[in-house]
Design a protein around this ligand. Structure first.
Ligand code: ATP
Length: 235
C-alpha cells in the first residue's frame, strides 16, 4: 500500500515554477530515493510534502489529502522532515535537542523510552548527552538531527541530503543507519546528490530534472542505467 502519493504536484516560488507536475509514491516499508542535480527540485519536493511550500496537485498520506496542511499538522500525523544542513539547536545540549523533538509528548517516561530507541541507532549521542549541539562534529550533528526527528515516532522520514559535507567514512555510517532504520520498519524518502550510495540503500528511485521526474525504476536497475551512470554516478 502507498503510504505517500504525489500526483501532478506543482510548486512555485513567486514566479518561478520549481516543480512542474511531480508524481511519485512511497510504499509502506520502502526506502525511495529522489536523485538529481543542484536546483532540480528535490528539496522542494520534500518541503511540499511537509507543508512548507504552497502546491497545486494532490499529496496523499495514508490516503488523506494533506496538500493544504501546515507543517505542524504533517508532523503530528507522522511525517518527520530532516532538512538539508541539519538544523539542530546549536546552543542546546544533545539531550535538550532530543527533548525538543518530542515536545508534544507530555509523559516523561515515553520521552525517555524514545531517547533509548534513538540511542540504539546512535550510541554516540548517549555519550554526548550534555554536549551542546553546535560543538558536535558534522556527522554527529546529522545523527542528532535524525535522532531528533525519530523522537516523535514518525511513520515516515523525509531525509534531505543527509550525507552532505561529511567525510566518506561518516557517510558510510549514515547510510548504514538509514538501512538499519528501514529494516526495523521505517519508511523513508531520501533526497541525495550522492546517487550511488542512495541507490544502493534504496528499493526504488526517481530521477528529477528541472522540476520533472524523468525516470523511475527499481534502484538496482537505475544503478546500471547508462543515462543515470553518465549523469549522476560519474566520478
Ligand atoms: P540542491 O541539491 O541544490 O538543494 P534541489 O534539487 O534540492 O537542489 P530545490 O532546492 O528544490 O533544488 O530548488 C528548486 C528550484 O527552486 C531552484 O531553481 C531553486 O533556485 C528554486 N528555489 C528554491 N528555494 C527557493 C526560494 N526560497 N525562493 C526562490 N526560489 C527558490
Amino acid at each position: 500500500m502507498s503510504l505517500l502519493q504525489l500526483q501532478e504536484v506543482q510548486a512555485y516560488y513567486g514566479g518561478i515554477q520549481a516543480l512542474k507536475g511531480i508524481s511519485l509514491h512511497v510504499n509502506e516499508g520502502e526506502i525511495v530515493t529522489l536523485i538529481g542535480c543542484n536546483g532540480a527540485g528535490k528539496s522542494t519536493t520534500l518541503k511540499s510534502i511537509c507543508g512548507q511550500v504552497k502546491t497545486k496537485g494532490s499529496i496523499l498520506f495514508k490516503n488523506i489529502d494533506i496538500s493544504s496542511w501546515q507543517p505542524h499538522q504533517a508532523a503530528m500525523e507522522g511525517i518527520a522532515h530532516v532538512p538539508e544542513g541539519r538544523r539542530i539547536f546549536p546552543k542546546l545540549t544533545v539531550k535538550e535537542n532530543l527533548e525538543m523533538g518530542a515536545f508534544s509528548v507530555k509523559d516523561k517516561k515515553v520521552v525517555k523510552e524514545r531517547m533509548e530507541q534513538s540511542f540504539a541507532y546512535f550510541p554516540r549521542l548517549r555519550e554526548r548527552l550534555n554536549q551542546t549541539g553546535g560543538t558536535m562534529s558534522g556527522g554527529e550533528q546529522q545523527m542528532l538531527a535524525i535522532a531528533r526527528a525519530l523522537m516523535m515516532k514518525p511513520k515516515m522520514l523525509l531525509l534531505d541530503e543527509p550525507s552532505m559535507g561529511l567525510a566518506p567514512v561518516i557517510v558510510d555510517q549514515i547510510f548504514e543507519i538509514i538501512g538499519e532504520m528501514n529494516r526495523t520498519g521505517m519508511t523513508i524518502l531520501l533526497v541525495e546528490q550522492n546517487a550511488y550510495q542512495a541507490l544502493q540503500v534504496a528499493n526504488r528511485g526517481y530521477v528529477i530534472q528541472t522540476g520533472e521526474i524523468i525516470m523511475e525504476d527499481d534502484a538496482k536497475t537505475l544503478l546500471v542505467n547508462d543515462q543515470v551512470k553518465e549523469a549522476y554516478l560519474a566520478g
